[in-house]
Design a protein around this ligand. Structure first.
Ligand SMILES: [Zn+2]
Length: 94
Protein backbone atom coordinates (compact mmCIF):
# COMPACT_ATOMS: atom_id res chain seq x y z
CA UNK A 1 0.00 0.00 0.00
CA UNK A 2 1.48 3.30 -1.00
CA UNK A 3 1.40 6.60 0.90
CA UNK A 4 -1.47 8.03 -1.10
CA UNK A 5 -3.67 4.98 -0.49
CA UNK A 6 -3.10 5.44 3.23
CA UNK A 7 -4.09 9.09 2.97
CA UNK A 8 -0.57 10.37 3.59
CA UNK A 9 0.48 13.12 1.30
CA UNK A 10 3.94 12.40 -0.05
CA UNK A 11 6.44 15.11 0.80
CA UNK A 12 8.43 16.94 -1.75
CA UNK A 13 11.16 17.34 0.82
CA UNK A 14 13.27 20.12 -0.77
CA UNK A 15 10.10 22.11 -1.41
CA UNK A 16 8.72 21.61 2.09
CA UNK A 17 12.13 22.43 3.54
CA UNK A 18 12.25 25.73 1.66
CA UNK A 19 8.81 26.76 2.87
CA UNK A 20 9.45 25.82 6.50
CA UNK A 21 10.69 28.79 8.54
CA UNK A 22 13.94 28.51 10.53
CA UNK A 23 13.43 28.09 14.27
CA UNK A 24 15.69 27.59 17.25
CA UNK A 25 15.88 24.09 18.71
CA UNK A 26 17.87 22.69 21.64
CA UNK A 27 21.27 21.26 20.78
CA UNK A 28 23.81 21.98 18.06
CA UNK A 29 21.64 21.27 15.03
CA UNK A 30 19.34 23.57 13.08
CA UNK A 31 15.58 23.34 12.86
CA UNK A 32 12.77 24.34 10.58
CA UNK A 33 9.11 24.21 11.48
CA UNK A 34 6.89 22.38 9.02
CA UNK A 35 3.70 23.94 10.31
CA UNK A 36 1.12 21.88 8.36
CA UNK A 37 2.29 18.67 10.06
CA UNK A 38 3.50 20.39 13.26
CA UNK A 39 6.88 18.80 12.65
CA UNK A 40 10.43 19.99 13.11
CA UNK A 41 12.90 19.23 10.34
CA UNK A 42 16.25 18.82 12.12
CA UNK A 43 19.35 19.30 10.01
CA UNK A 44 23.01 20.17 10.21
CA UNK A 45 25.50 21.89 7.99
CA UNK A 46 29.14 20.98 7.68
CA UNK A 47 29.98 24.64 7.29
CA UNK A 48 27.96 27.83 7.63
CA UNK A 49 26.64 28.04 4.10
CA UNK A 50 27.01 24.36 3.30
CA UNK A 51 24.13 22.24 2.10
CA UNK A 52 21.65 21.14 4.76
CA UNK A 53 21.99 17.50 5.81
CA UNK A 54 18.78 16.05 7.18
CA UNK A 55 19.14 14.52 10.64
CA UNK A 56 15.56 13.64 11.48
CA UNK A 57 11.98 14.87 11.54
CA UNK A 58 10.24 15.11 14.92
CA UNK A 59 6.85 16.14 16.22
CA UNK A 60 7.18 19.74 17.38
CA UNK A 61 4.93 19.40 20.40
CA UNK A 62 7.39 18.22 23.10
CA UNK A 63 10.31 20.31 21.86
CA UNK A 64 10.98 23.74 23.38
CA UNK A 65 11.19 25.86 20.27
CA UNK A 66 12.55 29.34 19.82
CA UNK A 67 9.81 30.47 17.46
CA UNK A 68 8.80 33.88 18.84
CA UNK A 69 9.63 35.47 15.50
CA UNK A 70 6.91 33.54 13.69
CA UNK A 71 3.49 34.95 12.97
CA UNK A 72 0.19 33.12 12.75
CA UNK A 73 -1.50 33.37 9.39
CA UNK A 74 -5.03 34.79 9.73
CA UNK A 75 -6.24 32.55 6.89
CA UNK A 76 -4.80 29.08 7.60
CA UNK A 77 -3.74 29.67 11.24
CA UNK A 78 -0.34 28.10 10.59
CA UNK A 79 2.89 29.65 11.84
CA UNK A 80 5.14 31.28 9.27
CA UNK A 81 7.96 33.77 8.97
CA UNK A 82 6.86 37.14 7.59
CA UNK A 83 9.27 37.94 4.79
CA UNK A 84 7.09 40.67 3.33
CA UNK A 85 5.36 38.28 0.96
CA UNK A 86 1.69 38.89 0.34
CA UNK A 87 0.63 35.43 1.48
CA UNK A 88 2.08 32.95 3.91
CA UNK A 89 3.93 30.07 2.21
CA UNK A 90 1.33 27.52 3.27
CA UNK A 91 -1.59 29.46 1.75
CA UNK A 92 0.40 30.43 -1.32
CA UNK A 93 0.52 26.80 -2.42
CA UNK A 94 -2.37 26.95 -4.89
ZN1 LIG B 1 -1.66 30.85 5.59
Amino acid sequence: MCCEQRGWAPWDLPDEFDRSPPIGIPGPDYGRLHAPTDSVIVFKRDWLSGPPVLVTVLYADPIPLNDDHLKICPDCELRYEDNGDERCPWCAED
